[in-house]
Design a protein around this ligand. Structure first.
Ligand SMILES: Cc1ncc(COP(=O)(O)O)c(C=O)c1O
Length: 484
């Protein structure tokens, strides 16, 4: 029988209940035993798509069959970010409270564009982001908003900066105008590529991003920043914003934010702090200083989906001038106008997208489930594991560390007699250890040198996994050395 008007689709409520129970059992087993899978998917490009039919089915199929294809066809093509041996990029965790929240969010299917379209979603976002702000010891002058990713948070921050500097950009755009100087955004040579992408999208152009050299520990040189701003002004550019990073993508270095904030204040520039990965560490006693100076910034991005055990995706932008963001984007057609008993916040006003997922639910559940102490304990443990790994690298004659370890990422490499040999040797080590299926590490380049990068951030990861990673890296380095 085909049911045409039921959210259960062609299932009956009992079948849904059965499938949901099976799925929850599967997820619980998966979370407990994800290490049984190779962490890095072992499929060739095109293999998954070739195994799938070219067309959607004409007739509905039972969920059991669909799920069995998920296991048979898709699962082998999954790279397991929830695996204890996942040490690549920034290791992350989709934790149980967040996963349960995602179930609920999907069931409620809330679209929180207006306060009215789900008051709880709008108000929970505000409350949860206030909790997080206080945990990070940021001042109450910051208002928070949730987006999907840090790239989008930063895009909105720079849009607000553009709105402040050139309010007419909203109406007139920037192209073809000779009454507006070319805008400049400053960041270091270590800053994430999302800044350039934002400049592309905001019509500033990639050349608007001036990269300031960093020092020997990969932190922005403030003296060179000041020189660059003066140089640009003398040549007719209009300096717009500086992006400082707390926890750069390659080495997790921390830019000197207080000095940059001071400079921005004096030069009337918008300061955006990209603390997407490391910002959450500010809640750990002893690490409060990483956001020192950020309280004077105009905007800050932190990503709970990176290192706060919240399932992907959830990024938070804190801004001290949310009115600028609203001025940049608020646009209410007749059919979205509402009248409430008191002033309300409509989330659609704080950005480019109209529709909003109920993301706050998962962050709220994560914060409540772990509690501040639980989160601090886990972040502290990840940083301890990273320092243990770094101490093994430091003690080895065959390896060298390439950057300080302020948080939970270690950049290092195997030594070789020649620099080119070292690059090749380490590329081969990366391929070999990732080929084992036990661990997945990534790489970067620091000071022109190829670096292996081990990032700790998954809640399943224990010291034994980190020790196994070190063992595999050493073993494969030995094998490769002896074969050349
Ligand atoms: C410092 C930093 N900023 C921004 C981003 C972009 O993050 P997202 O994937 O949330 O856009 C990253 C990604 O790793 C990052 O390391």
């Amino acid at each position: 029988m085909t049911r045409v008007s039921s959210p259960f689709g062609d299932m009956d409520p009992e079948a849904f209940r059965r499938e949901a129970h099976r799925l929850v059992d599967w997820i619980a087993d998966y979370l407990a035993t994800s290490s049984r899978f190779p962490v890095l998917a072992r499929v060739q490009p095109g293999e998954i798509s070739a195994a799938l039919p070219a067309d959607a089915p004409d007739h509905g199929e039972p969920f059991e069959k669909i799920f069995s294809d998920f296991e048979r066809i898709l699962l082998p093509g999954i790279t397991h970010w929830n695996h204890p041996g996942f040490f690549a990029y920034f290791a992350i965790t989709g934790s149980a409270p967040g996963i349960l929240a995602e179930f609920l969010a999907a069931a409620l299917n809330v679209q929180a564009m207006l306060w009215r379209t789900s008051p709880a979603a709008t108000e929970l976002e505000e409350v949860t982001l206030t909790w997080l702000r206080k945990l990070l010891t940021l001042p109450s002058s910051f208002e928070g908003v949730i987006y999907d990713t840090a790239s989008i948070s930063t895009l909105h921050a720079l849009a607000a900066a553009r709105e402040r500097a050139v309010p007419s950009a909203r109406e007139l755009g920037l192209a073809g105008r000779d009454d507006v100087a070319r805008l400049r955004v400053y960041c270091s040579d270590q800053t994430h590529s999302s800044i350039e992408k934002a400049a592309i999208l905001l019509g500033l152009g990639q050349q608007a991003v001036r990269k300031i050299p960093s020092d020997g520990e990969f932190r922005m040189r403030v003296d060179l920043l000041a020189e660059a701003i003066a140089d640009d002004r003398s040549k007719g550019w209009l300096p717009l914003a500086v992006v400082a990073t707390v926890g750069t993508t390659s080495s997790t270095s921390v830019d000197p934010v207080p000095a940059i904030a001071d400079l921005c204040r004096r030069a009337s520039l918008w300061l955006h702090v990209d603390a997407a990965y490391a910002g959450v560490a500010a809640m750990v006693p002893g690490y409060e200083s990483i956001l020192q100076g950020a309280g004077d910034a105009d905007s800050i991005v932190v990503n709970p989906h990176k290192w706060l055990f919240t399932p992907f995706d959830l990024s938070v932008l804190y801004c001290r001038h949310m009115d600028r963001l609203r001025a940049a984007f608020a646009l209410t057609p007749e059919y979205l106008k509402t009248v409430e008993a008191a002033p309300v916040r409509n989330l659609m006003d704080t950005g480019i997208q109209l529709g909003r997922r109920f993301r706050a639910l998962k962050l709220w559940m994560v914060l409540r489930h772990f509690g501040a102490e639980g989160l601090r304990a886990r972040l502290t443990e990840h940083m301890r594991l990273a320092s243990v790994f770094a101490s093994w690298v430091d003690a080895s004659e065959d390896f060298e560390r390439l950057a300080p370890v302020p948080f939970s990422v270690v950049c290092f490499r195997a030594r070789a007699a020649q620099r080119d040999d070292a690059d090749r040797l380490n590329e081969r080590i990366l391929e070999a250890v990732n080929g084992t299926g036990e661990i997945f590490i990534s790489h970067t380049r620091l000071g022109g040198r190829y670096a292996l990068r081990l990032a700790i951030g998954n809640l399943h990861t224990t010291e034994s996994h980190v020790a196994r990673a070190w063992q595999l890296i050493q073993e494969h380095a030995r094998l490769i050395r002896s074969s050349t």
